[in-house]
Design a protein around this ligand. Structure first.
Ligand SMILES: [Cu+2]
Length: 154
């Protein structure tokens, strides 16, 4: 029972347990990126669309601040929505990622606009893009390039 005669030691053990717990919480402050893909471009097309789902399991909100892709001059964060009877697309600058929620970037909604592509995006390729978040920092994502779903036009 020598241990209990030393309250300072017990205190130190509790503190170190708390410290290791808080370290675990900090490293859990990360986001999960799922279902990432980019659309294959048509010949002559210099703008491409990128899509992914950002899952934030944390109790704090985050924000997508910017996106970079080495083979594009810039990447914008776009929102597509109906305004009256027409579909409009605009650059929203940054994208809020609320706590404990999922934000989907998908065709017809939010998406990444890869501007000024230096080379075409071909079906089967994988492109590497970097997302910069306010809290989670830089997150690298590999995006498979997929052809547009078959339409009925021949
Ligand atoms: Cu767009």
């Amino acid at each position: 029972m020598k241990f209990y005669k030393n309250p300072q030691l017990i205190f130190a053990v509790v503190i170190s347990a708390l410290l290791s717990l808080s370290t675990t919480l900090v490293s859990a402050q990360s986001l999960q990126i799922k279902d990432a893909f980019a659309r294959a471009t048509n010949p002559g097309q210099s703008v491409g669309g990128g899509y992914l789902t950002i899952d934030n399991p944390n109790a704090t909100a985050d924000k997508l601040m910017s996106v970079t892709f080495a083979k594009a001059t810039s990447v914008q964060i776009h929102e597509m929505k109906m305004e009256g009877d027409r579909m409009i697309m605009r650059d929203i600058g940054t994208l809020a990622i609320p706590a404990k929620s999922k934000v989907e970037l998908k065709p017809g909604g939010y998406h990444l606009m890869l501007m000024g592509l230096k080379e075409p995006l071909n079906d089967g390729d994988t492109i590497a893009i970097s997302l910069q978040f306010e809290k989670a920092g830089k997150v690298d994502v590999n995006m498979p390039v997929k052809a547009r779903p078959q339409s009925h036009m021949h």
